[in-house]
Design a protein around this ligand. Structure first.
Ligand code: 3H9
Length: 709
C-alpha cells in the first residue's frame, strides 16, 4: 500500500490499481481529497503494472459531495474540474465503486469514471438544490446525457437520493455488487474491462439522450408549470432547469460554461448562503454542550400517550412508524374510538397514495392500542401527555403519573407554552419531566421542541433528542419561558399584525407581504384555515375585537365559507367588504385615523420584533444558539428556508438597521418594542448573531452559568 497523501492510498492488486479515499465523516471533496484523487490516478497511470483503476472509499459512504465547509474560502489543491478531466481522460479504465451515498460532487466524480459499480444499499443523487445550488462539477451536463431531460429535471430539482437498483435501471450505475463485497466486485469489473478491452466510456460524449429532447421546449415549460407552487421563491430550481436546457440545446463545453456561470450566481447569493447555513444549523442543533453524546440513553420500548385527539393520535403514529408500541389513554370510549379510527384513516390515506403498503397499515395500527385506564401506563418507558392547555388538568395528570408510572419512566408533556417547572412540581421525580412539543399535524411536521425544565436530567434530555431523530423529527432544545422559542417569537408577529390592521392595513395586505416574503400563508389566512373560533366562547363574547364580531356573525373561517376573507365553493379567498367595514368601524370607535401603510413598513413591523424577541431568548439562555431559533422557525412555522430564519435574516439586513427600527418603534409606540440588551450589545461591538457564542446549555433556575457573547 502506498500513501498518496493523508487521506488517499494506492494499492496494486494484480493488474488493478485500487485508489482508496478515507476522509471522515463523509469523504467530502476537500482540497486534500481532490489532491489525493489527482495524484493517485496520475500515479496509477504512470505505473506500467496497472491496467485499470478502481476508486473506492473507506467509512460510511462514497464521496458525499463537495466539502461545503470550504465554500467561500480560498481553494487549495487542484480544482474539481481538473481532477475530473484527468479521470475522464485517463488512458486506463477507471471504475467508481459506490457504497453509502454518492451525492453532488461525489456523483459528479463518479460520472467521470468510465464505469460505476454499486452495492444495492447505495444511493446516488444531485442534492445541490437543497443547498440553494446546482451541480457545479459537470453534473448538470452529464446527468441528462444518461437519464434524459425529464428524469434529470426531477432528480436535480428535488435532490432525491436514487437507490442503486433504480440507478442501474436508469443507466447511472453499470453493475450491482453483492452487499459487503464491493471491493471484490469492482476489482473483478475492472479486470473484465481489461480482459474484454471495454471502451473508455465518457459520459460527455454520449449525446443520444439529449438529442432526443432537443426541439421540445414543452418538456421544460410543463415542468415549470407543474412545480410552480413548490418552487415559489426559490432560485435554485429554476437555475437547475436552465442548465438542463443548456445540456439539451448546446454542445457539452458550452453547456459547462452555462453551468459555471449559473453556479457562481447561486453560490454568491444570499439564498444559498441561507440554505447552506441551514444544513449545518440543523446538525448543530443536535449538539448540547452540557449533555455529551456519551450520556446514558434510557431504552424506550413502549410509549404511552394521554389524549386521543388530533395531537395525541399524530404523536402516536410517529412511534408506531418505527415499530415502537404505543398505548393511548382517553377518558371516554367514544373519544378513544374516534382517535384510533382517525389514525387508521390517516394510514390508509398514505397507503392509497403508495406511501406504505396495506400490510404496513395493519402492522402500525396493531402497534397502537387504547385504554380508558391510566394504569395502562404502568409499564411504559415514556409518557407524552397531549390534553388541553390547562394547568389544572396537566397537574392532575402528572400527579397520577407520579403514582402509576414505573421508576425512571420519562414523563413528557406536549404543552406549547405552559410552565413545565410547575407541572413537574407535582411529582416526586422532576428529573424525569420534560417538554416534548410536537407541531400539528404531529405525524407530518418535522419540528420537535424539546423543553428542558429546571430539574430535567441529562439522561432524559439525551434520550429525547436521540428518540426524536429515530422518529424522523428535527429536535431543538429550549428552556422554560412563556411560549418557549417558537410561540414566544410568534407572539410579537401576531400582535403587530393585529395592530397594523387597527392602523389602516387590511388583513390581505399583511398576508400578501408575508406570503411574498416566503411564508406559506399570512396570519389572517392562517386564522381562517384553523378556525377563528378556536378559544372563542360564544356566551362570553362581547364584540370587543374584530375576531369576536366575525365569530358572532358566524364568519368563523374557511369551514363556514367566510372569516377575515370571503371564500367561494372551492375555498378560494377574496378580500371581504364585510371585514373591511368591521375594521373601519373599530378604527373609528378607537378615535384613530387610518393611514396608508406601505409593504416595507408592514414587513419591518412584523419581522423586526420577532428578531428582537429571538435576541431576548438568547440572552436569557432559553435557546443555546441563534441557529437553533432559526431551525425552530423553519421547521415549525414555515419561515422560508432561503431566508435562513429570523436570526440569520437579522444578520443579513444588518443588526444596526434592526436596532434603529426597534428604537424608532419604541419611541412611537412604547416599551413593548424595547430593544433587547443583546441586540444593543452586538451592534455596539459590530457583531451579528453569527458571532454569538453558544450558551453552555439551557439556562434554568438551577443553572445560571450561561456564557454570553
Ligand atoms: C456539491 O457537491 C457542489 C458540487 O456540485 C460543485 C462543486 C464545484 N461537506 O448528515 P450527517 C458533515 S454541494 C462537509 O449528520 P448522515 C455533517 O455536517 C454538496 N461536511 O450524517 C456532519 O458533521 P458533524 C452536495 C459534510 O449519515 C457529518 O458530515 N452534497 C458534508 O445522517 C455527518 O453528516 C450534499 O448536499 C459535506 N458535503 O447523512 C450531501 N456532508 O458530524 C450533504 C456531510 O460535525 N450531506 N457533512 O455534525 C448529506 O446529505 C448527509 O450528510 C449524508 C450523511 C446523507 C451524506
Amino acid at each position: 500500500m502506498t500513501a498518496i497523501n493523508p487521506v488517499t492510498d494506492l494499492t496494486v492488486e494484480g493488474e488493478i490499481g485500487v485508489l482508496t479515499l478515507n476522509s471522515p465523516p463523509v469523504n467530502a471533496l476537500s482540497g486534500r481529497v481532490r489532491q489525493g484523487i489527482y495524484d493517485g490516478i496520475t500515479a496509477a497511470n504512470a505505473d506500467p503494472a496497472v491496467k485499470a483503476i478502481v476508486l473506492i472509499c473507506e467509512g460510511r459512504t462514497f464521496i458525499a459531495g463537495a466539502d461545503i465547509t470550504e465554500f467561500g474560502g480560498a481553494s487549495k489543491g487542484p480544482g474539481l474540474h481538473e481532477v475530473q478531466d484527468m479521470m475522464e481522460s485517463s488512458p486506463k479504465p477507471v471504475v467508481a465503486a459506490i457504497h453509502g451515498t454518492a451525492l453532488g460532487g461525489g456523483l459528479e466524480v463518479a460520472l467521470c469514471a468510465h464505469y460505476r459499480v454499486a452495492v444495492p444499499s447505495a444511493k446516488v443523487g444531485l442534492p445541490e438544490v437543497n443547498l440553494g445550488l446546482l451541480p457545479g462539477a459537470g453534473g448538470t451536463q452529464r446527468l441528462p446525457r444518461i437519464v434524459g431531460a425529464q428524469k434529470a429535471l426531477e432528480m436535480m430539482t428535488s435532490g432525491q437520493h436514487v437507490p442503486a437498483k433504480a440507478a442501474l435501471a436508469m443507466g447511472l450505475v453499470d453493475e450491482l455488487a453483492e452487499e459487503g463485497k464491493l471491493r471484490e466486485a469492482a476489482i473483478a469489473f475492472a479486470k473484465k474491462c481489461v480482459s474484454e478491452n471495454k471502451p473508455l466510456v465518457r459520459v460527455r460524449d454520449n449525446d443520444s439522450k439529449v438529442a432526443a429532447d432537443r426541439g421540445k421546449p414543452e418538456i421544460f415549460e410543463n415542468f415549470r408549470k407543474a412545480n410552480a407552487r413548490k418552487f415559489r421563491g426559490f432560485m435554485a430550481p429554476e437555475w437547475n432547469i436552465r442548465c438542463i436546457e443548456a445540456a439539451v440545446n448546446l454542445p457539452f463545453e458550452e453547456g459547462i460554461a452555462v453551468e459555471r456561470k449559473l453556479f457562481m450566481e447561486l453560490m454568491t447569493g444570499s439564498q444559498s448562503a441561507a440554505q447552506r447555513y441551514s444544513f449545518f444549523a440543523e446538525r448543530t442543533a443536535q449538539k448540547i454542550p452540557d449533555v455529551p453524546d456519551t450520556t446514558e440513553i434510557i431504552p424506550v420500548k413502549k410509549v404511552g400517550i394521554i389524549g386521543a385527539g388530533t395531537m395525541g393520535g399524530g404523536i402516536a403514529m410517529n412511534f408506531a412508524n418505527v415499530g415502537i408500541p404505543v398505548v393511548i389513554v382517553e377518558v371516554k370510549q367514544e373519544a378513544l374510538d374516534r382517535g384510533l379510527a382517525t389514525i387508521r384513516k390517516n394510514y390508509e390515506r398514505t397507503a392509497s397514495r403508495g406511501g406504505i403498503t396495506a400490510e404496513q397499515v395493519e402492522q402500525r395500527c396493531a402497534l397502537i392500542t387504547g385504554s380508558l385506564e391510566m394504569e395502562a401506563l404502568a409499564d411504559v418507558d415514556m409518557v407524552i401527555e397531549a390534553v388541553f392547555e390547562r394547568m389544572d388538568i396537566k397537574k392532575d395528570i402528572f400527579t397520577k403519573l407520579d403514582v402509576i408510572c414505573k421508576p425512571g419512566a420519562i414523563l413528557g408533556t406536549n404543552t406549547s407554552g405552559l410552565n413545565i417547572d410547575e407541572i413537574a412540581s407535582v411529582t416526586q421525580r422532576p428529573q424525569d419531566v420534560i417538554g416534548l412539543h410536537f407541531f400539528s399535524p404531529a405525524n407530518v411536521m418535522k419540528l420537535l421542541e424539546i423543553i428542558q425544565a429546571d430539574h430535567t436530567s441529562k439522561e432524559v434530555i439525551n434520550t429525547s433528542m436521540k428518540l426524536a431523530k429515530k422518529i424522523g423529527k428535527i429536535a431543538v432544545l429550549a428552556g422554560v419561558c412563556p411560549g418557549f422559542v417558537g410561540n414566544r417569537i410568534l407572539g410579537p408577529r401576531q400582535r403587530e399584525a393585529q395592530k397594523l390592521v387597527m392602523e389602516g392595513a387590511m388583513p390581505w395586505d399583511i398576508d400578501r407581504v408575508l406570503y411574498d416574503f416566503g411564508f406559506p400563508m399570512g396570519p389572517f389566512a392562517m386564522s381562517d384555515l384553523a378556525g377563528l373560533d378556536i378559544g372563542w366562547v360564544k356566551e362570553r363574547s362581547k364584540g370587543e375585537s374584530i375576531r369576536d364580531v366575525l365569530c358572532e356573525m358566524d364568519r368563523r373561517g374557511q369551514k363556514t365559507g367566510a372569516g377575515y376573507y370571503d371564500y367561494d365553493e372551492n375555498r378560494v379567498a377574496k378580500p371581504s367588504p364585510v371585514t373591511e367595514k368591521i375594521i373601519h368601524d373599530f378604527i373609528v370607535k378607537s378615535g384613530a385615523n387610518p393611514r396608508t401603510i406601505g409593504d416595507e413598513e408592514i414587513l419591518e413591523r412584523c419581522i423586526y420584533p420577532m428578531i428582537n424577541e429571538g435576541a431576548k431568548i438568547l440572552e436569557e439562555g432559553k435557546a443555546i444558539r441563534a441557529s437553533d431559533i432559526d431551525i425552530v422557525w423553519q421547521n415549525g412555522y414555515g419561515w422560508p428556508v432561503y431566508r435562513g430564519g429570523p436570526m440569520f435574516y437579522g444578520d443579513l439586513v444588518g443588526l444596526p438597521k434592526v436596532l434603529a427600527k426597534m428604537q424608532e418603534f419604541q419611541a412611537k409606540m412604547g416599551d413593548a418594542y424595547k430593544p433587547a440588551a443583546l441586540l444593543e450589545k452586538l451592534v455596539a461591538e459590530g457583531k451579528g448573531f453569527k458571532d454569538f457564542k453558544p450558551n453552555n446549555g439551557i439556562t434554568t433556575n438551577t443553572k445560571k452559568d450561561t456564557v454570553h457573547a
